[in-house]
Design a protein around this ligand. Structure first.
Ligand code: DAT
Ligand code: MG
Length: 151
């Protein structure tokens, strides 16, 4: 449906490297609509909740310290097929395995510095949007009436 929403976060490395505009531009050009946007240095609690599924993994503590190490640009993008399409546009987890043309494939080489997060399913998207945003921080209804822009 047209109102499918996904959670996307530009990680501290992506922000520090000046990739925010490039990444936002890619989602906009694809035809998705930005319905939530903020910059935040995540707390340890937020980072641990966000990556809860990985808490037993050996890289968990490094991942949490990395994601809390600086500003993250948290976003909600809306549009048809946005969850799976954002994952495709982001590329494989390890940037060395990500195809050129994807965000990780174009801009990274290190799995521990892979620039961007995207929700991996409808359930994850719902959980992550609620974790990072209050409902009042999101557009309630995307206006699609402009005759200049029809996604
Ligand atoms: P993704 O971000 O593609 O959904 P994931 O959910 O499997 O990947 O892992 C979450 C993040 O954890 C990932 O973006 C980077 C980090 N990570 C994953 N596997 C790793 C590994 N083997 N070594 C170090 N960091 C890893
Ligand atoms: Mg994941």
């Amino acid at each position: 449906s047209n109102d499918e929403r996904t959670f996307i976060a530009i990680k501290p490395d992506g922000v520090a490297r000046g990739l925010v505009g490039e990444i936002i531009s890619r989602f906009q050009r694809k035809g998705y609509t930005l319905v939530g946007l903020k910059q935040v240095v995540p707390s340890k609690d937020l980072a641990e909740s966000h990556y809860e599924e990985h808490k037993e993994r050996p890289f968990f503590s490094g991942l949490v310290s990395f994601i809390t190490s600086g500003p993250v640009v948290a976003m909600v993008w809306e549009g048809k097929g946005s969850i799976a399409m954002a994952r495709a546009m982001i590329g494989a987890t390890n940037p060395l395995a990500s195809a050129p043309g994807t965000i990780r494939g174009d801009f990274g080489v290190d799995v521990g510095r892979n620039i961007i997060h995207g929700s991996d399913s409808a359930d994850s998207a719902k959980r992550e949007i609620a974790l990072w945003f209050k409902s009042c921080e999101l557009l309630t209804e995307v206006v699609r009436s402009s005759n200049l822009y029809v996604p």
